[in-house]
Ligand binder design. Sequence first.
Ligand code: 13P
Ligand code: SF4
Length: 367
Amino acid sequence: MFQPPLPPEYSRLSDVEAVDRIQAAKRTLGERVVILGHHYQRDETIRHADFRGDSYKLAKDGAAQEKAEFIVFCGVHFMAESADILSGGRQKVILPNLSAGCSMADMASIHQVRACWRALERLGVGSDVVPVTYINSAASLKSFVGEHGGAVCTSSNCAKVLKWALAQGEKILFFPDQHLGRNTALAMGFDESQMVIWDPLATEENGGETAERLRDAKFILWKGHCSVHGRFNVRQIEYARERYPDVRVIVHPECRREVVEAADDSGSTEKIQRVVRDAPNGSKWAVGTEINLVNRLAHEEKANDKLVFCLDPIVCPCSTMYRIAPANLLWVLESLVRGEIVNQITVPPDVASNALLALDRMLTIAG
Ligand code: 13P
Ligand code: SF4
């Protein structure tokens, strides 16, 4: 989505100038507003969050809000959409920058997913397939999944959701992140030979796969990926181990298979933080995820004599998460103080009802 320029009063504001005004607006709004912040948000923004978390925790935190009228989501578009669906209209959800999307979520459109489904039906396997969508996807995809008996998952509950899905049907269509699907299925004991890739951009029919392989596969993995996590590689892990022989390596499951296999552990952003925080003082950690999280963890854990660094020395931040600047947050909060709602994210009711089914299934499965 496109974010029109902020009014000049906000666009010229420095991060430091915004701090006091954000706090003042929060005080004025009191319990009417709750701010959620994903771990990839920059320090200057996340410091104002009432709740921090990975995608799963924030979905639950948002859903648990009873008193607040407004949820301001410092994250990306699919997170705000999920919060709106889960709020059932009780809260108004606001995304401080409309252009904060997710490039991976954009790799699967509802038209492409429907075309894939039609192809699977033509091959005679439609009724065997349970669709599972990573939460990093548009509401329309969640709705499709809900309508077709599937569920949403996040990186923290993917194995539980896949296990559930395999109890509902013979095979899984997993979108949009092939790596999370593959890494989780491998960790569950499946073999890569049981997985095929569906390429939505393939010029050949059937997503570039043969009919036979699609019929035989247990997992049909959508050809999508995260460009931030795609930057991590095995050589970086080898280099970290050469430099610090006692280093532990932990990466996000959106990384490629060989990276996850070369690491000591993998998990959601919440898990990464927990594992590093719970580790003995003096330990060393090479982390394969977004740089704002890693830098914050490194700073916090310095006091415990831990060395925490990013596997990729020149890694860029997630550019879309970075779009929630303090000035954007201030603008939406001061607008609320003036009685004006800007940047509200609303999912149309006909989409939201089936999407809620798919999200609720995840919440029930994951607990
Ligand atoms: P988490 O659910 O682990 O926070 O992941 C969200 C995400 O977008 C990772 O790139
Ligand atoms: Fe999307 Fe990757 Fe950014 Fe996560 S890190 S929000 S998957 S682009």
